[in-house]
Design a protein around this ligand. Structure first.
Ligand SMILES: *Cc1c(COP(=O)(O)O)cnc(C)c1O
Ligand SMILES: [Zn+2]
Length: 469
Protein backbone atom coordinates (compact mmCIF):
# COMPACT_ATOMS: atom_id res chain seq x y z
CA UNK A 1 0.00 0.00 0.00
CA UNK A 2 1.34 3.45 -0.83
CA UNK A 3 2.00 5.93 1.93
CA UNK A 4 -0.69 8.14 0.50
CA UNK A 5 -3.21 5.40 0.50
CA UNK A 6 -2.35 4.48 4.04
CA UNK A 7 -2.79 8.03 5.22
CA UNK A 8 -6.11 8.22 3.48
CA UNK A 9 -7.31 5.07 5.24
CA UNK A 10 -6.15 6.30 8.60
CA UNK A 11 -7.99 9.55 8.18
CA UNK A 12 -11.11 7.79 7.09
CA UNK A 13 -10.99 5.58 10.15
CA UNK A 14 -10.50 8.48 12.48
CA UNK A 15 -13.37 10.25 10.81
CA UNK A 16 -15.62 7.23 11.14
CA UNK A 17 -14.42 6.55 14.63
CA UNK A 18 -14.62 9.64 16.60
CA UNK A 19 -15.39 13.06 17.67
CA UNK A 20 -17.84 14.03 14.97
CA UNK A 21 -20.53 11.78 16.34
CA UNK A 22 -20.08 13.01 19.83
CA UNK A 23 -19.79 16.67 18.99
CA UNK A 24 -22.92 16.52 16.92
CA UNK A 25 -25.07 14.82 19.54
CA UNK A 26 -25.84 16.56 22.84
CA UNK A 27 -25.36 13.31 24.82
CA UNK A 28 -26.05 13.75 28.49
CA UNK A 29 -26.07 11.69 31.70
CA UNK A 30 -27.02 12.39 35.32
CA UNK A 31 -27.68 10.73 38.67
CA UNK A 32 -31.23 9.97 39.72
CA UNK A 33 -32.84 7.97 42.53
CA UNK A 34 -33.07 4.29 41.76
CA UNK A 35 -36.42 4.14 43.57
CA UNK A 36 -37.89 6.84 41.39
CA UNK A 37 -37.91 9.88 43.69
CA UNK A 38 -37.93 13.12 41.69
CA UNK A 39 -34.62 14.95 41.21
CA UNK A 40 -31.61 15.03 38.90
CA UNK A 41 -28.06 15.42 40.19
CA UNK A 42 -24.98 16.28 38.18
CA UNK A 43 -22.42 13.48 37.91
CA UNK A 44 -19.86 15.94 39.35
CA UNK A 45 -21.87 16.22 42.55
CA UNK A 46 -20.61 14.37 45.64
CA UNK A 47 -23.71 12.31 46.29
CA UNK A 48 -24.08 8.58 46.85
CA UNK A 49 -27.64 8.15 48.05
CA UNK A 50 -31.00 9.72 47.36
CA UNK A 51 -31.57 12.65 49.72
CA UNK A 52 -35.29 11.80 49.87
CA UNK A 53 -35.40 8.03 50.50
CA UNK A 54 -31.71 7.25 51.18
CA UNK A 55 -31.86 4.63 48.41
CA UNK A 56 -29.20 3.99 45.78
CA UNK A 57 -28.71 6.28 42.82
CA UNK A 58 -28.29 5.27 39.21
CA UNK A 59 -26.85 6.98 36.18
CA UNK A 60 -29.49 7.95 33.65
CA UNK A 61 -28.75 8.63 29.97
CA UNK A 62 -30.70 10.75 27.54
CA UNK A 63 -31.86 7.86 25.37
CA UNK A 64 -33.91 10.11 23.13
CA UNK A 65 -30.71 11.82 22.01
CA UNK A 66 -28.93 8.48 21.50
CA UNK A 67 -31.90 7.24 19.47
CA UNK A 68 -31.31 9.96 16.90
CA UNK A 69 -28.71 7.59 15.48
CA UNK A 70 -29.74 4.17 14.13
CA UNK A 71 -28.47 0.97 15.81
CA UNK A 72 -26.05 0.29 12.94
CA UNK A 73 -24.41 3.64 13.56
CA UNK A 74 -23.45 2.73 17.13
CA UNK A 75 -22.24 -0.74 16.18
CA UNK A 76 -20.01 0.66 13.45
CA UNK A 77 -18.73 3.45 15.66
CA UNK A 78 -17.84 1.05 18.47
CA UNK A 79 -16.27 -1.44 16.04
CA UNK A 80 -14.14 1.25 14.43
CA UNK A 81 -12.77 2.35 17.78
CA UNK A 82 -12.35 -1.13 19.27
CA UNK A 83 -8.77 -1.75 20.45
CA UNK A 84 -7.30 0.90 18.20
CA UNK A 85 -4.80 3.50 19.24
CA UNK A 86 -6.73 6.75 19.26
CA UNK A 87 -6.84 7.82 22.88
CA UNK A 88 -9.06 7.35 24.84
CA UNK A 89 -11.33 5.43 22.44
CA UNK A 90 -9.06 2.39 22.19
CA UNK A 91 -10.19 1.55 25.71
CA UNK A 92 -13.33 -0.50 25.26
CA UNK A 93 -14.97 1.47 28.07
CA UNK A 94 -14.22 4.87 26.52
CA UNK A 95 -14.81 3.51 23.04
CA UNK A 96 -18.43 3.45 24.23
CA UNK A 97 -18.19 6.82 25.94
CA UNK A 98 -21.59 8.06 24.75
CA UNK A 99 -23.24 5.12 26.53
CA UNK A 100 -21.05 5.31 29.62
CA UNK A 101 -20.09 8.78 30.79
CA UNK A 102 -20.23 11.61 28.26
CA UNK A 103 -19.73 14.12 31.09
CA UNK A 104 -15.95 13.67 31.41
CA UNK A 105 -13.74 15.70 29.12
CA UNK A 106 -11.21 13.55 27.30
CA UNK A 107 -8.28 15.37 28.85
CA UNK A 108 -9.46 14.31 32.34
CA UNK A 109 -9.84 10.66 31.51
CA UNK A 110 -7.65 8.33 33.58
CA UNK A 111 -7.38 5.12 31.57
CA UNK A 112 -5.17 2.06 31.32
CA UNK A 113 -6.83 0.78 28.12
CA UNK A 114 -9.62 -1.17 29.80
CA UNK A 115 -11.63 -3.97 28.26
CA UNK A 116 -10.86 -5.66 24.96
CA UNK A 117 -10.26 -8.87 26.92
CA UNK A 118 -10.23 -12.22 25.23
CA UNK A 119 -13.44 -14.17 24.84
CA UNK A 120 -11.85 -17.58 25.23
CA UNK A 121 -13.48 -20.46 23.40
CA UNK A 122 -13.39 -23.17 26.08
CA UNK A 123 -13.75 -25.96 23.56
CA UNK A 124 -12.27 -28.80 25.61
CA UNK A 125 -13.98 -27.86 28.86
CA UNK A 126 -17.29 -27.52 27.04
CA UNK A 127 -16.86 -30.95 25.45
CA UNK A 128 -16.13 -32.51 28.84
CA UNK A 129 -19.37 -31.27 30.34
CA UNK A 130 -21.47 -31.66 27.21
CA UNK A 131 -21.85 -28.06 26.07
CA UNK A 132 -21.29 -27.30 22.40
CA UNK A 133 -20.43 -23.63 22.69
CA UNK A 134 -18.76 -22.52 25.92
CA UNK A 135 -16.88 -19.25 26.20
CA UNK A 136 -14.97 -17.61 29.05
CA UNK A 137 -14.79 -13.84 29.08
CA UNK A 138 -11.35 -13.18 30.51
CA UNK A 139 -12.00 -9.96 32.44
CA UNK A 140 -8.99 -10.77 34.63
CA UNK A 141 -6.66 -10.00 31.69
CA UNK A 142 -6.76 -6.39 32.69
CA UNK A 143 -4.35 -3.78 34.03
CA UNK A 144 -4.76 -4.77 37.70
CA UNK A 145 -5.99 -8.30 37.03
CA UNK A 146 -9.72 -7.96 37.60
CA UNK A 147 -12.88 -6.55 36.00
CA UNK A 148 -12.86 -3.76 38.61
CA UNK A 149 -10.77 -1.69 36.18
CA UNK A 150 -13.80 -1.29 33.89
CA UNK A 151 -15.65 0.73 36.50
CA UNK A 152 -12.72 2.36 38.22
CA UNK A 153 -11.59 4.22 35.12
CA UNK A 154 -14.96 6.00 35.03
CA UNK A 155 -15.00 6.86 38.72
CA UNK A 156 -11.43 8.12 38.92
CA UNK A 157 -11.84 10.09 35.68
CA UNK A 158 -14.89 11.77 37.16
CA UNK A 159 -12.89 12.73 40.26
CA UNK A 160 -10.28 14.25 37.98
CA UNK A 161 -13.03 16.15 36.18
CA UNK A 162 -14.38 17.40 39.50
CA UNK A 163 -10.92 18.53 40.59
CA UNK A 164 -10.47 20.32 37.28
CA UNK A 165 -13.72 22.14 37.99
CA UNK A 166 -12.41 23.28 41.39
CA UNK A 167 -13.65 20.61 43.79
CA UNK A 168 -11.53 20.15 46.92
CA UNK A 169 -11.66 16.35 47.09
CA UNK A 170 -8.42 15.29 48.77
CA UNK A 171 -8.51 11.54 48.34
CA UNK A 172 -10.54 8.63 47.03
CA UNK A 173 -11.38 5.72 49.35
CA UNK A 174 -12.93 2.28 49.22
CA UNK A 175 -13.59 -0.80 51.28
CA UNK A 176 -12.50 -3.87 49.44
CA UNK A 177 -12.27 -7.63 49.34
CA UNK A 178 -9.01 -7.12 47.45
CA UNK A 179 -9.62 -6.26 43.82
CA UNK A 180 -11.40 -2.91 44.16
CA UNK A 181 -8.54 -1.58 46.28
CA UNK A 182 -5.94 -2.81 43.79
CA UNK A 183 -7.79 -1.08 40.99
CA UNK A 184 -8.46 2.15 42.87
CA UNK A 185 -4.83 2.36 43.94
CA UNK A 186 -3.56 1.89 40.39
CA UNK A 187 -5.92 4.43 38.83
CA UNK A 188 -5.17 7.00 41.53
CA UNK A 189 -1.47 6.46 40.89
CA UNK A 190 -1.99 6.96 37.15
CA UNK A 191 -4.03 10.10 37.77
CA UNK A 192 -1.82 11.51 40.54
CA UNK A 193 -4.34 11.23 43.39
CA UNK A 194 -4.27 9.77 46.89
CA UNK A 195 -6.06 6.46 47.39
CA UNK A 196 -7.16 5.17 50.79
CA UNK A 197 -8.15 1.53 51.02
CA UNK A 198 -9.95 -0.26 53.85
CA UNK A 199 -9.12 -3.98 53.90
CA UNK A 200 -10.31 -6.76 56.20
CA UNK A 201 -7.14 -8.09 57.88
CA UNK A 202 -6.02 -11.53 56.67
CA UNK A 203 -8.92 -11.84 54.27
CA UNK A 204 -7.24 -10.80 51.01
CA UNK A 205 -4.55 -12.62 49.02
CA UNK A 206 -0.90 -11.54 49.22
CA UNK A 207 -1.03 -10.19 45.67
CA UNK A 208 -4.16 -8.20 46.47
CA UNK A 209 -2.46 -6.67 49.52
CA UNK A 210 0.74 -5.87 47.65
CA UNK A 211 -0.98 -3.99 44.83
CA UNK A 212 -2.25 -0.97 46.85
CA UNK A 213 0.98 -0.89 48.83
CA UNK A 214 3.04 -0.79 45.65
CA UNK A 215 0.94 2.06 44.26
CA UNK A 216 1.39 4.16 47.37
CA UNK A 217 -2.15 3.92 48.71
CA UNK A 218 -2.80 4.53 52.38
CA UNK A 219 -3.67 0.94 53.22
CA UNK A 220 -5.74 0.31 56.34
CA UNK A 221 -5.79 -3.31 57.47
CA UNK A 222 -8.75 -3.57 59.81
CA UNK A 223 -9.81 -6.12 62.34
CA UNK A 224 -13.20 -6.80 60.74
CA UNK A 225 -14.75 -8.28 57.61
CA UNK A 226 -15.71 -6.55 54.34
CA UNK A 227 -19.11 -5.48 55.64
CA UNK A 228 -17.37 -3.84 58.65
CA UNK A 229 -14.91 -2.02 56.35
CA UNK A 230 -17.83 -0.82 54.24
CA UNK A 231 -19.55 0.82 57.23
CA UNK A 232 -16.34 2.58 58.27
CA UNK A 233 -15.41 3.91 54.84
CA UNK A 234 -18.89 5.35 54.35
CA UNK A 235 -18.61 7.20 57.64
CA UNK A 236 -15.18 8.59 56.74
CA UNK A 237 -16.42 9.71 53.32
CA UNK A 238 -19.53 11.33 54.76
CA UNK A 239 -17.56 13.52 57.13
CA UNK A 240 -14.46 14.47 55.15
CA UNK A 241 -13.20 15.57 51.73
CA UNK A 242 -12.81 11.97 50.70
CA UNK A 243 -14.68 10.55 47.72
CA UNK A 244 -16.24 7.09 48.01
CA UNK A 245 -15.26 4.59 45.32
CA UNK A 246 -17.38 1.59 46.26
CA UNK A 247 -19.93 0.24 43.81
CA UNK A 248 -22.78 1.92 45.65
CA UNK A 249 -21.29 4.80 43.65
CA UNK A 250 -23.07 4.06 40.40
CA UNK A 251 -20.37 5.62 38.21
CA UNK A 252 -18.57 2.30 38.49
CA UNK A 253 -21.61 0.41 37.29
CA UNK A 254 -21.55 2.49 34.10
CA UNK A 255 -18.06 1.30 33.23
CA UNK A 256 -18.76 -2.30 34.19
CA UNK A 257 -21.86 -2.24 32.02
CA UNK A 258 -19.61 -2.34 28.94
CA UNK A 259 -18.75 -6.00 29.53
CA UNK A 260 -22.12 -7.12 28.16
CA UNK A 261 -21.82 -4.75 25.22
CA UNK A 262 -18.30 -5.96 24.51
CA UNK A 263 -19.28 -9.65 24.61
CA UNK A 264 -22.08 -8.95 22.13
CA UNK A 265 -19.66 -7.01 19.96
CA UNK A 266 -17.21 -9.94 20.06
CA UNK A 267 -20.01 -12.18 18.77
CA UNK A 268 -20.60 -9.74 15.87
CA UNK A 269 -23.56 -8.24 17.72
CA UNK A 270 -25.27 -11.55 18.42
CA UNK A 271 -26.51 -12.19 21.96
CA UNK A 272 -25.43 -15.42 23.70
CA UNK A 273 -28.09 -17.60 25.37
CA UNK A 274 -26.74 -17.70 28.91
CA UNK A 275 -24.19 -15.67 30.88
CA UNK A 276 -22.95 -16.83 34.29
CA UNK A 277 -21.34 -14.33 36.61
CA UNK A 278 -20.10 -14.65 40.21
CA UNK A 279 -21.76 -12.20 42.60
CA UNK A 280 -20.81 -10.68 45.95
CA UNK A 281 -21.80 -7.06 46.40
CA UNK A 282 -23.95 -7.59 43.28
CA UNK A 283 -22.93 -4.47 41.39
CA UNK A 284 -21.48 -6.43 38.51
CA UNK A 285 -24.53 -8.56 37.74
CA UNK A 286 -26.62 -5.38 37.74
CA UNK A 287 -24.13 -3.70 35.43
CA UNK A 288 -24.10 -6.66 33.06
CA UNK A 289 -27.88 -6.49 32.76
CA UNK A 290 -27.89 -2.72 32.27
CA UNK A 291 -25.61 -2.99 29.25
CA UNK A 292 -28.03 -5.36 27.55
CA UNK A 293 -31.07 -3.27 28.43
CA UNK A 294 -29.47 -0.20 26.93
CA UNK A 295 -28.57 -2.01 23.71
CA UNK A 296 -32.10 -3.34 23.40
CA UNK A 297 -33.64 0.05 24.09
CA UNK A 298 -31.55 1.46 21.23
CA UNK A 299 -32.51 -1.37 18.89
CA UNK A 300 -29.00 -2.84 18.70
CA UNK A 301 -30.21 -6.28 19.86
CA UNK A 302 -33.65 -7.82 19.87
CA UNK A 303 -33.40 -10.33 22.70
CA UNK A 304 -31.81 -10.69 26.13
CA UNK A 305 -29.57 -13.46 27.42
CA UNK A 306 -30.51 -15.49 30.48
CA UNK A 307 -28.39 -14.37 33.44
CA UNK A 308 -27.10 -16.63 36.18
CA UNK A 309 -25.60 -15.19 39.34
CA UNK A 310 -23.30 -17.64 41.12
CA UNK A 311 -22.58 -17.30 44.84
CA UNK A 312 -20.33 -19.12 47.26
CA UNK A 313 -22.39 -21.26 49.62
CA UNK A 314 -20.57 -19.52 52.49
CA UNK A 315 -21.80 -16.10 51.33
CA UNK A 316 -25.14 -16.80 49.69
CA UNK A 317 -27.78 -14.26 50.80
CA UNK A 318 -29.03 -13.80 47.22
CA UNK A 319 -29.25 -17.56 46.70
CA UNK A 320 -31.39 -17.84 49.81
CA UNK A 321 -33.63 -15.05 48.57
CA UNK A 322 -33.94 -16.75 45.17
CA UNK A 323 -35.14 -19.90 46.94
CA UNK A 324 -38.22 -17.95 48.09
CA UNK A 325 -38.81 -16.29 44.72
CA UNK A 326 -37.02 -13.09 45.86
CA UNK A 327 -40.01 -12.35 48.10
CA UNK A 328 -37.68 -11.77 51.03
CA UNK A 329 -34.08 -10.81 51.43
CA UNK A 330 -32.08 -11.16 54.63
CA UNK A 331 -28.44 -10.08 55.01
CA UNK A 332 -26.31 -12.79 56.57
CA UNK A 333 -22.95 -13.05 58.29
CA UNK A 334 -20.75 -14.32 55.46
CA UNK A 335 -18.50 -17.24 56.34
CA UNK A 336 -14.91 -17.61 55.22
CA UNK A 337 -14.67 -18.77 51.62
CA UNK A 338 -11.84 -19.40 49.18
CA UNK A 339 -13.70 -16.99 46.90
CA UNK A 340 -12.70 -14.07 49.12
CA UNK A 341 -13.79 -11.32 46.73
CA UNK A 342 -17.41 -12.42 47.11
CA UNK A 343 -17.36 -13.05 50.85
CA UNK A 344 -20.12 -10.51 51.43
CA UNK A 345 -23.23 -11.04 53.52
CA UNK A 346 -24.92 -7.65 53.12
CA UNK A 347 -24.61 -6.71 49.43
CA UNK A 348 -25.10 -3.03 48.60
CA UNK A 349 -26.66 -3.58 45.16
CA UNK A 350 -29.09 -6.33 46.10
CA UNK A 351 -32.21 -4.51 44.91
CA UNK A 352 -30.69 -3.68 41.54
CA UNK A 353 -29.52 -7.28 41.16
CA UNK A 354 -32.93 -8.74 41.95
CA UNK A 355 -34.63 -6.38 39.50
CA UNK A 356 -32.15 -7.35 36.79
CA UNK A 357 -32.46 -11.07 37.44
CA UNK A 358 -36.24 -10.80 37.23
CA UNK A 359 -35.98 -9.17 33.80
CA UNK A 360 -33.43 -11.68 32.50
CA UNK A 361 -35.21 -14.88 33.53
CA UNK A 362 -32.45 -15.08 36.11
CA UNK A 363 -31.15 -17.99 38.13
CA UNK A 364 -29.07 -17.90 41.28
CA UNK A 365 -26.90 -20.94 41.96
CA UNK A 366 -24.37 -21.60 44.68
CA UNK A 367 -21.12 -23.54 45.01
CA UNK A 368 -19.54 -25.21 48.04
CA UNK A 369 -15.83 -24.85 48.72
CA UNK A 370 -15.27 -28.30 47.26
CA UNK A 371 -17.33 -27.54 44.16
CA UNK A 372 -15.67 -24.23 43.41
CA UNK A 373 -12.14 -25.55 43.91
CA UNK A 374 -12.67 -28.66 41.80
CA UNK A 375 -14.42 -26.68 39.06
CA UNK A 376 -11.55 -24.19 38.91
CA UNK A 377 -9.04 -27.06 38.80
CA UNK A 378 -10.90 -28.90 36.04
CA UNK A 379 -10.97 -25.69 34.03
CA UNK A 380 -7.25 -25.26 34.62
CA UNK A 381 -6.71 -28.71 33.12
CA UNK A 382 -8.14 -27.35 29.88
CA UNK A 383 -5.78 -24.38 29.79
CA UNK A 384 -7.61 -21.77 31.82
CA UNK A 385 -6.03 -20.43 35.00
CA UNK A 386 -9.02 -19.64 37.13
CA UNK A 387 -9.48 -17.48 40.17
CA UNK A 388 -11.73 -19.03 42.83
CA UNK A 389 -14.65 -16.75 41.84
CA UNK A 390 -14.52 -18.04 38.30
CA UNK A 391 -14.52 -21.46 39.96
CA UNK A 392 -17.85 -20.53 41.56
CA UNK A 393 -19.28 -19.61 38.16
CA UNK A 394 -17.97 -22.82 36.56
CA UNK A 395 -19.37 -24.94 39.39
CA UNK A 396 -22.75 -23.28 38.88
CA UNK A 397 -22.53 -24.10 35.17
CA UNK A 398 -21.79 -27.77 35.87
CA UNK A 399 -24.79 -28.03 38.21
CA UNK A 400 -27.17 -26.31 35.80
CA UNK A 401 -26.06 -28.52 32.92
CA UNK A 402 -26.51 -31.59 35.09
CA UNK A 403 -30.01 -30.51 36.05
CA UNK A 404 -30.89 -29.77 32.44
CA UNK A 405 -31.49 -26.07 33.11
CA UNK A 406 -28.80 -25.26 30.57
CA UNK A 407 -29.14 -27.25 27.38
CA UNK A 408 -26.33 -28.76 25.38
CA UNK A 409 -27.01 -26.58 22.31
CA UNK A 410 -27.07 -23.28 24.20
CA UNK A 411 -24.31 -20.78 23.82
CA UNK A 412 -22.90 -20.08 27.29
CA UNK A 413 -20.50 -17.38 28.47
CA UNK A 414 -18.74 -17.52 31.84
CA UNK A 415 -17.58 -14.19 33.20
CA UNK A 416 -14.11 -14.77 34.63
CA UNK A 417 -13.74 -11.89 37.06
CA UNK A 418 -10.07 -11.99 38.02
CA UNK A 419 -6.74 -13.35 36.91
CA UNK A 420 -5.77 -16.66 38.52
CA UNK A 421 -2.24 -15.38 39.10
CA UNK A 422 -3.59 -13.18 41.90
CA UNK A 423 -4.55 -16.32 43.80
CA UNK A 424 -1.45 -18.47 43.86
CA UNK A 425 -2.04 -19.40 47.52
CA UNK A 426 -5.40 -20.89 46.44
CA UNK A 427 -3.81 -22.94 43.66
CA UNK A 428 -0.87 -24.08 45.75
CA UNK A 429 -3.15 -25.02 48.65
CA UNK A 430 -5.27 -27.04 46.25
CA UNK A 431 -2.38 -29.02 44.82
CA UNK A 432 -0.80 -29.56 48.24
CA UNK A 433 -4.20 -30.76 49.48
CA UNK A 434 -4.25 -28.13 52.20
CA UNK A 435 -7.74 -26.73 51.46
CA UNK A 436 -10.27 -27.66 54.09
CA UNK A 437 -13.11 -29.81 52.79
CA UNK A 438 -11.59 -30.04 49.29
CA UNK A 439 -10.51 -33.44 47.97
CA UNK A 440 -8.14 -32.04 45.28
CA UNK A 441 -9.04 -34.60 42.59
CA UNK A 442 -6.69 -32.97 40.09
CA UNK A 443 -3.76 -32.37 42.45
CA UNK A 444 -0.44 -32.30 40.63
CA UNK A 445 2.82 -31.85 42.51
CA UNK A 446 6.42 -31.61 41.39
CA UNK A 447 8.27 -34.92 41.25
CA UNK A 448 11.44 -34.42 43.25
CA UNK A 449 14.40 -36.26 41.79
CA UNK A 450 18.15 -36.22 41.92
CA UNK A 451 19.73 -34.79 38.75
CA UNK A 452 20.31 -38.28 37.41
CA UNK A 453 19.54 -39.31 33.82
CA UNK A 454 18.36 -42.86 34.60
CA UNK A 455 15.98 -41.76 37.32
CA UNK A 456 14.55 -38.92 35.22
CA UNK A 457 14.13 -41.24 32.25
CA UNK A 458 12.28 -43.79 34.33
CA UNK A 459 9.73 -41.20 35.49
CA UNK A 460 9.23 -39.78 31.99
CA UNK A 461 8.73 -43.23 30.47
CA UNK A 462 6.24 -44.17 33.17
CA UNK A 463 4.20 -41.06 32.31
CA UNK A 464 4.27 -41.86 28.58
CA UNK A 465 3.18 -45.42 29.40
CA UNK A 466 0.25 -44.03 31.39
CA UNK A 467 -0.81 -41.81 28.47
CA UNK A 468 -0.79 -44.79 26.07
CA UNK A 469 -3.18 -46.77 28.28
C1 LIG B 1 -15.62 -7.73 43.03
C2 LIG B 1 -15.47 -9.12 42.54
C3 LIG B 1 -16.57 -9.97 42.36
C4 LIG B 1 -17.95 -9.59 42.74
O1 LIG B 1 -18.50 -8.50 42.08
P1 LIG B 1 -19.73 -7.75 42.76
O2 LIG B 1 -20.00 -6.60 41.91
O3 LIG B 1 -19.26 -7.36 44.14
O4 LIG B 1 -20.84 -8.75 42.84
C5 LIG B 1 -16.35 -11.22 41.83
N1 LIG B 1 -15.11 -11.65 41.52
C6 LIG B 1 -14.04 -10.87 41.69
C7 LIG B 1 -12.70 -11.42 41.35
C8 LIG B 1 -14.17 -9.58 42.21
O5 LIG B 1 -13.09 -8.84 42.39
ZN1 LIG C 1 -35.22 8.19 46.47
Amino acid sequence: MSANNHQHLTEKRAEKGNARAQDALPVRAWFRCYNGCPGEYRLQEVIYRCPTCNGLLEVAHDLEVLKRRPPEYWKTLFDNRYMRTEWPYGSSVWGKKEFVCPTVENRNIVSTYEGGTNLFWAERLGAQIGIEALWVKQCGNSHTGSFKDLGMTVLVSMVKQMQAEGSDIQAVACASTGDTSASLAAYCAVGGMQAIVFLPRNKVSVAQLIQPLAHGALTLSLDTDFDGCMKLVQEVCRKNDVYLANSMNSLRIEGQKTVGIEITQQFDWQVPDVIIIPGGNLGNVSALGNGFLMMRELGMIDRLPRLVCAQAEHANPLYQSYQVGFREFHPIQARKTLANAIQIGDPVSVQKAIDILRRFDGIVEQASEEELAEAAALGNRTGLFNCPHTGVALAALFKLVQRGEIRRDQQVVIISTANGLKFTDFHLGYHERRLEGVSSRYANLPVELPADYEKVREVVLRQCERLRR
